[in-house]
Design a protein around this ligand. Structure first.
Ligand code: SF4
Length: 410
């Protein structure tokens, strides 16, 4: 193991000095219609933002404007551990950004708390381990026009921004998010992407991602969705986002009214741990579901955070209660400085063994490894298929480790 190059710039202490365009000329007084305040939010406001009204707190623009973007800010609301303090002077791949709402869910005194570990960098992030690489999925290789990754023939990944409302410390795209001076791709780049998709008639499915597309302004989201909708061969659109988890206030009726004009639109939401399911996330997901948008959770398997089978099962059950289908469980990609987050593949298989047959099929995600080097998602299952006997029966093992034969003679 070796240390990453030190402190090219002290990115953790550098405030993001350009606002995303969605914040230009915004009016804090506008009615954004998000009226839920969970217990943790209430306590956090009383302690750290006593002059802030519920209306301000529930305005997503206010949340982004007042996000924690430096260690000095963070140290006012959490007691930084030695490992968190040590990283202050080092270079990390990602800046810090945590919305006040999500910061209210962090345990100020427990550096090992799951949510805290996903958001607050530690010195472990500066350690480069064997097999780690900046772009493990080889997305750069599959990039056609600037913001289109075209790996599978019939679908594309459309990266519309490199800005997120909160930066996950294990982010697969840590090589590309939060890097540009202006965080959002320009309209001219999007237009090139629409032209590319229009020219390639085999593209049926567009996944809009980033960064987080829901950090764009309503009019920008409408521009993207309406432009895609005009392309005849695009059958449906997917949006990849963590906003319902870290910035649920963004899920406004206005946004839902825009999205539902362009159905079918599906949403992949990035949930990680049951503690993320609060009054606010329930309200936001309910709104999304009521707008007719099917949701699936894409969860990254993380050591000491959600690799305990009971914790993952609890997450899966809580997600179904808020109409989010546990969709993918990803093996953590080997991005630089991620060894402290990565589990063995066996830990992932163990979770699947713990779920399959022991809970509803809907609570079973597909466990996948996104193959390094651009191989795409490869599903993994424990050994339920044992083989074939001489008579042509398939030998199967069930969830209780009992063996069965299926007459596979046709
Ligand atoms: S929300 Fe997604 S893109 Fe943004 S930092 Fe987290 S994992 Fe990366």
């Amino acid at each position: 193991m070796e240390l990453l190059i030190k402190n090219q710039q002290n990115s953790n202490e550098v405030e993001l000095n350009e606002e995303p365009p969605s914040l230009i000329n915004f009016d804090l007084a506008q009615n954004v219609n998000f009226n839920v305040l969970g217990e943790k939010s209430k306590k956090f406001i009383a302690k750290f933002f006593p002059d802030v009204t519920a209306k301000q707190w529930n305005n997503w623009h206010w949340q982004i404007r007042n996000s924690f973007t430096s260690f000095s800010d963070l140290s006012k609301v959490i007691n930084l551990s030695k490992s968190e303090m040590e990283v202050v002077e080092k270079h990390t791949n990602l800046p810090v950004r945590i919305t006040p709402y999500f910061a209210s869910l962090i345990d100020p005194n427990d550096p090992l708390q799951a949510i805290r570990r996903t958001m607050v960098p530690t010195i472990d992030e500066t350690i480069l381990s064997k097999g780690e690489q900046p772009d493990p999925l080889g997305e750069h290789e599959d990039t056609t026009v600037n913001c289109i990754v075209h790996r599978y023939p019939d679908r594309v990944l459309f990266l519309v921004t490199d800005f997120c409302s909160a930066y996950c410390r294990y982010c697969t795209r840590s090589h590309s998010v939060a890097k540009a001076k202006s965080h959002h791709a320009y309209k001219s780049e999007w237009d090139k992407a629409f032209a590319y998709i229009a020219q390639n008639k085999q593209i049926r499915d567009v996944l809009i991602s980033g960064g987080d597309p829901l950090t764009l302004a309503d009019y920008q989201i409408e521009y993207i969705l309406s432009s895609l909708k005009q392309i005849e061969h695009v059958e449906y659109i997917r949006i990849g986002t963590k906003v319902p988890v870290v910035l649920p206030q963004r899920i406004t009726p206005q946004l839902m009214n825009i999205i539902k004009k362009y159905h079918p639109v599906l949403m992949s939401v990035h949930f990680t741990h049951p503690d993320e399911i609060t009054e606010e996330t329930k309200f936001a997901c309910n709104r999304i579901a009521n707008a007719g948008i099917p949701m699936g959770s894409q969860t990254v398997l993380l050591k000491g955070i959600n690799d305990d089978p009971d914790i993952y099962k609890k997450l899966a059950h809580e997600l179904l209660k808020i109409r989010v289908r546990p969709y993918y469980l990803y093996q953590c990609d080997p991005v630089p400085g991620s060894a402290h987050f990565r589990t063995s593949v066996e830990a992932g298989l163990n979770i699947i063994r713990h779920l399959r047959g022991h809970t509803s099929g809907y609570a079973n995600p597909q466990y996948v490894i996104d193959a390094p080097g651009g191989g795409g998602k490869i599903p993994l299952l424990p050994d339920y298929y044992v083989g074939k006997d001489e008579e042509g029966n398939v030998i199967l093992k069930n969830y209780e480790n009992k063996y069965f034969k299926y007459p596979d003679y046709v």
